[in-house]
Each structure stands twice: as C-alpha cells, then as structure tokens.
Design a protein around this ligand. Structure first.
Ligand SMILES: O=C(O)CCC(=O)C(=O)O
Length: 455
C-alpha cells in the first residue's frame, strides 16, 4: 500500500535554534530595557513596574493562547501523536484537525540535519554502547524472537527484556476489568459519545480524520479491507472517563514510571483507545519521547513488525516532524507501510531486520525504547496503548526532551550524570520553562473544556 502523508502538524517549535519561547520565566524581571542603577525615572516607580509586569504577563499568555493553545485545542481532540500532523505511514498520517490528507514526497534528511538532530535510535545505540549492552549482529537472531511469558519476575523482566527485546505478557490483561470491553460494551454505554476516527480509502490516497459517534463507527467497524479501513484512535476517551480508566489494571513489572514526576500539565495522556476495523494499522514509528510502550489487546488480533534499533536510515524518516505537544518532541514516523511496502519508492526498507509476531486478546506487548514498530489489525480489534519512562528508558526520554529544545543541555548541573535516575529526571523536570508548563496547563484546560461542551 502506498502511503505517507503531508506534515501539517501544529509545529510549535520547528528547530532548536528557532525556539519561540525564550527561556525566561514569567516571574523573572525584564531587564532588557536598559534601565541601569543610575537610570531611574518615573517608570521605575513600583506601581509602573508592577503594571509593566502585568502587561508582560498578559502579553505572554495571549501569545501562548493565540500561537499554541487555540490551534492545538481545536485539533488535539482529533490529534493522535503518531498520525496527527502527518508523517504517518501505513496509510496513517494526516493533519490534526484537517479533513483531507494528501500523499507527500518522503524527504531524506540532508546531512546537516542529521548532524544537528540525531535520530532516536542512533542515540539509543550510542547510549547502549556506553552502557555495554549494544545490539550486535550476533544476537540479532535472538532479538527477532518475541517470547510469551507469564509469572515473569521484575528482576528477569529488567535483566532480559526491558530496554532490550519486546516481550508478550500473557497473564496481565485477563485480570483487568477492561477485559469485558467489546463492541457491545461500548455500544451499551457510549453509543452517543464521539471519538476520533480515521478513515483510509483507496490505497492511502484519501485519509480523513473526524469526530464520530461510536454508534456510527460501530456500524462499520467490522468491515475493512487492505485499502479501505477505519481506525478509532482516541487519546482522551479513556482518560476523561474515570470509570473506564479504573478498568485498566497495573502492569507490575512496569510499576516504575518517572513520567509521574512531571507536572500534570505536560504528562503524556496515559491510555490511548485503539479500536480498528480489519486491516486498519498504525504507521511505522518510534513512540513519542522514545518511551517504553505497552499495548494491551482486549479483543481481536494484531500482527506486529518490530525493528531492532539502529536501522533508522532505512525508514525514510523526515528530520523535521514534531509531535506538537507543549513539551515538544521530535516525531519519528516513517512514510513506509511495512505491511505493504512500496519497494519502488522506498527500496531501502527491504534491508531492515524485524521481528514479526501476532498478539491475541488478553495479551500485552511491551515495546522497548528504540524499536520502530507497526501494528496491523487482522480482524476488528480493541486495544489500549500506554507508556512508561523507567530505569531502562529514562535516558532516552530525557535525550528526546533535550533534543527537542525544551531544556538546554548546558543548563544541566555538572554532577548530573552521577545522580540517581529519579534525581536526574527530577532535575530535568525542574528546568522545564514556565512557558511550557503554562502552555500545557492552558491546553489541558481548553481540551477538557471542549470535551465537556461536547458531552
Ligand atoms: O495498535 C496500534 O495500532 C499501534 C499502537 C502503537 O504503536 C503503540 O502502542 O505504540
């Protein structure tokens, strides 16, 4: 299937050196007016200074609202990180909030860009080399087998799988109340509620994304063909319905999650609802911030292609895609559909090594940081995607946050590398500029307000 899409995401910060929000906090005095000690005037009177300060704050809030929150809030309901804003392969992709998506030419990044912003998995390999656990040719065969495990201890999970190889856990999801979710369950309880549904028609040449009543989606969701399919992908459906959120249980081996140290305003939404017709699929991508991914199939069946790190150069990644979140990140979406590759247009991908595995209802897949992946729903499938930032992925996630320009590397204290993982993350979080947190807070408010008015 031919694929790809135009990048029309709400790009907030295009490149590090084009940062729109300087790293000056709202509460810092503005000292750019040249008013030195001996340059006192009536404007230095405290009344004028606080008035000036208020104006500055109002200006910043308005700027943030107009440039980021408004467009984002209008689009975020229909924005899924891995396809919203283009670059989505697998027929995925498309502009958040826009109705029509066009195929675009894949752009091979030029050398300057590559030098400037290393891709995630190149970073991953560098970090792992440092850690002495580099992915080598010798263990490739081993890497390309996805084990199914139950009763897996935390120690074994961390030592053998986490941050190294994908694994399927077979004894987690059956204990979740969410196991009862089905098409009938959603129809009985949420038939008139709306969710974001992507429709792909005709070899990926027409892709649209729209807020759709569940009853309308469910009337079509059992029908799907390789070149005509629908995918309900909604970041907010579960998190904004506490009764559904409570149906998701814990994943004991993934209990550690440094995202919990992030202020709520910039914490990633933590339960993406995925309900796809037969033949629906995700793009080929690495997750935002290169986190540890978790995918639980509730009903149906998925086929996965999972690519060990270090093969980015085969995927025609454009270097300028951004996730569009307030805490920005580079988006690593490939225009290649690994389930139906266009070998004429994207010949290099044929060289890529990958693991292939089917995941059935009740199984939970853990996708390590650094692994490109793509899922294909072999029948109508309901699943939930989640994430953590833990001991085996926190460095990669921090790296992505820095690479996207949220925090300057030079701001890190000299003893940063000696700190414990938790303290490193906390130190980084403490450096998040006030503007980003404010933007996140306003965005969350706007999105929730919008949802409440729709409900
Ligand atoms: O299930 C899917 O469609 C893909 C989801 C995914 O890529 C993920 O969970 O990271």
């Amino acid at each position: 299937m031919e694929d790809s899409a135009e990048d029309s995401s709400p790009v907030l910060v295009h490149r590090r050196r084009h940062l729109r929000f300087p790293h000056r906090r709202l509460d810092q005095p503005e000292d750019s007016k040249g008013s030195g000690q001996n340059d006192r005037s009536v404007l230095d009177h405290p009344w004028f200074r606080s008035f000036d300060h208020l104006c500055l704050q109002l200006r910043q809030v308005c700027l943030i609202f107009l440039t980021a929150v408004l467009p984002l809030s209008l689009s975020v309901i229909s924005m899924i990180w891995y396809n919203g804003g283009g670059g989505g392969g697998g027929g995925g992709g498309g502009a958040a909030g826009s109705d029509q998506y066009k195929l675009s030419k894949a752009v091979t990044p030029d050398e300057d860009q590559v030098e400037d912003e290393l891709y995630a998995t190149e970073n991953y390999v560098a970090l792992r080399q440092e850690a002495g656990t580099v992915v080598s040719q010798e263990n490739l065969d081993f890497l390309l087998v996805v084990d199914r495990r139950h009763n897996l201890s935390y120690e074994e999970f961390i030592a053998v799988y986490d941050g190294k190889r994908p694994v399927i856990l077979t004894d987690v999801v059956p204990d979740w109340a969410a196991s009862r979710w089905s098409r009938d369950f959603f129809l009985e309880n949420y038939a008139n509620d709306s969710a974001v549904v992507k429709t792909v028609d005709g070899n990926g040449s027409s892709i649209s994304s729209a807020s759709t009543r569940l009853a309308d989606f469910a009337a079509e969701s059992s029908r799907g063909q390789p070149e005509r399919w629908m995918y309900l992908e909604d970041e907010l459906f579960i998190p904004t319905r506490p009764e559904l959120r409570a149906d998701l249980g814990e994943v004991e081996v993934l209990g550690e999650d440094f995202f919990q140290l992030f202020p709520k305003a910039v914490q990633p939404w933590d339960a993406l609802l995925l309900w796809g017709s037969p033949s629906s699929r995700s793009p080929l991508h690495i997750d935002p911030y290169n986190w540890t991914g978790i995918n639980a199939v509730i009903s149906g069946r998925k086929k996965w292609k999972l690519f060990p790190p270090g093969q980015d150069h085969l995927f025609y990644i454009t270097a300028d895609q951004r996730c569009g979140f307030p805490l920005d990140c580079i988006k690593y979406n490939s225009p290649v559909d690994a389930f139906s590759p266009n070998n004429t247009r994207y010949p290099d991908v044929q060289q890529a090594e990958f693991a292939e595995v089917d995941q059935v209802a009740g199984e939970l897949l853990v996708i390590p940081t650094g692994w490109f992946h793509q899922a294909y729903n072999m029948e109508e499938t309901i699943a939930v995607s989640r994430q953590v930032m833990n001991t085996n992925s926190y460095r990669e996630v921090m790296e992505e946050i820095i690479k996207a320009g949220n925090v300057q590397r030079a701001e890190l204290p000299p003893n940063f590398a000696q700190l414990s993982p938790r303290l490193q993350v906390q130190t980084l979080v403490d450096l998040f500029p006030g503007e980003i947190l404010e933007k996140g807070r306003l965005l969350t408010e706007a999105v929730l307000g919008q949802i409440n008015s729709l409900l």
